[in-house]
Design a binder for this molecule. Structure first.
Ligand code: ADE
Ligand code: ZN
Length: 330
């Protein structure tokens, strides 16, 4: 009898500030005298009620991380938890604007996070990379500043550039220059689209930002022509079902389009987005989606394979990850 093997997992879409355990946030808030009572309750639960208040809570929570050591602890904690769920690789979205607001330079921020990634790797063998994001509702000037910082201060673990924040503000055309610079510098690119915006938002991201990965992208299900385009152009969706349910994009997992997207031939990956805000983890995403839609062990292996192939890391690392994936196959 074969013993069930845990599916090796990969995460491509998780905001590091959004992965902060509430207990850690409360501890740092007390240390620095920051009032977080409006965004973390006494039971260690994040307080928010819709996407706008979530984004505000995210800003407040980010303000308690003030030193490279704070960020090292944050990334080490996240990657250790990820590895404990069977993950072999993770990419985190890092937000230089949030670090700057807390008084930290881009270089110190990234070096702090990298130190935590290295510590987690030494303990658990998990590989990690960073995707620097510009925040859409901070405007195109801020987003261009981020890409210039990334290019001007190259770091081996910062391998991607992305766009997050409020999709309802600012047209992708405003960010075309930033994405052109990122691509020319050899960074992998991804943009949040089709989460709070409809199919047109995904189309605009493809047209103006020329990304090969889309954060969320799930509302592409509403446009058959777009679905065909995603398949034909090998676009990979970073799907975050638990996040979509928590933020009210869909009412219940059984109505979430992740299964239909996959059946249509769209390449999908599973991700946690901002895990403690949404009561999720990468392991829970694999488990709940598989249970709801009857995905087999092989189906889940395919999700991880898609994520490795779409990862923003070098080919030698991808090869090693694929060997680890295949060696866990039943
Ligand atoms: N920043 C953190 N989480 C986000 C999300 N789900 N969408 C857009 N921006 C974000
Ligand atoms: Zn996100």
């Amino acid at each position: 009898m074969s013993v069930p093997v845990t599916v090796p997992k990969v995460e491509l879409h998780c905001h590091i500030e959004g992965a902060a355990p509430p207990t850690l946030v409360r501890r740092l808030a007390a240390q620095y005298g920051v009032d977080v009572s409006a965004v973390v309750d006494g039971n260690g639960k994040y307080l928010w009620s819709d996407f706008s208040s979530f984004l505000k809570a995210y800003d407040t929570v980010s303000s308690v991380f003030k030193t490279p050591a704070d960020y090292a602890l944050l990334s080490e904690t996240y990657f250790r938890l990820l590895a404990a769920e069977g993950a072999i690789y993770g990419e985190i979205f890092v937000s230089p604007d949030h670090a700057q607001a807390a008084g930290l330079s881009y270089r110190s921020y990234v070096e702090g996070l990298a130190a935590g990634i290295e510590r987690a790797k030494n303990e658990t063998a998990i590989e990690g990379r960073m995707i620097a994001i510009g925040v859409r509702h901070f405007g195109s000037g801020a987003v261009e500043r981020v890409v210039k910082e990334v290019i001007g201060n190259p770091h081996p673990l910062v391998t991607g550039f992305g766009l997050a924040g409020d999709e309802r503000s600012g047209h992708p055309a405003n960010f075309a220059k930033a994405f052109r610079m990122a691509s020319e510098a050899g960074l992998g690119t991804t943009a949040h689209a089709g989460e709070f915006g409809g199919p047109d938002s995904v189309i605009a991201a493809l047209e103006f930002l020329r990304v090969k990965r889309i954060g969320h992208g799930v509302r592409a299900i509403e446009d058959r022509e777009l679905l065909r385009r995603l398949v034909d152009e090998d676009i990979v969706l970073e799907v975050c079902p638990g996040s979509n349910i928590a933020l009210g994009v869909y009412t219940h997992l059984r109505f979430h389009p992740v299964n239909m997207l996959r059946r249509e031939g769209v390449k999908i990956t599973l991700n946690s987005d901002d895990p403690p805000y949404f009561g999720t983890t990468l392991g829970k995403e694999y488990a709940s989606v598989s249970q709801t839609f009857g995905w087999s062990h092989e189906d889940q292996m395919e999700v991880t394979r898609t994520a490795i192939e779409a990862a923003f890391c070098d080919n030698a690392t991808k090869k090693r990850l694929l060997v680890r994936l295949d060696s866990a196959a039943r």
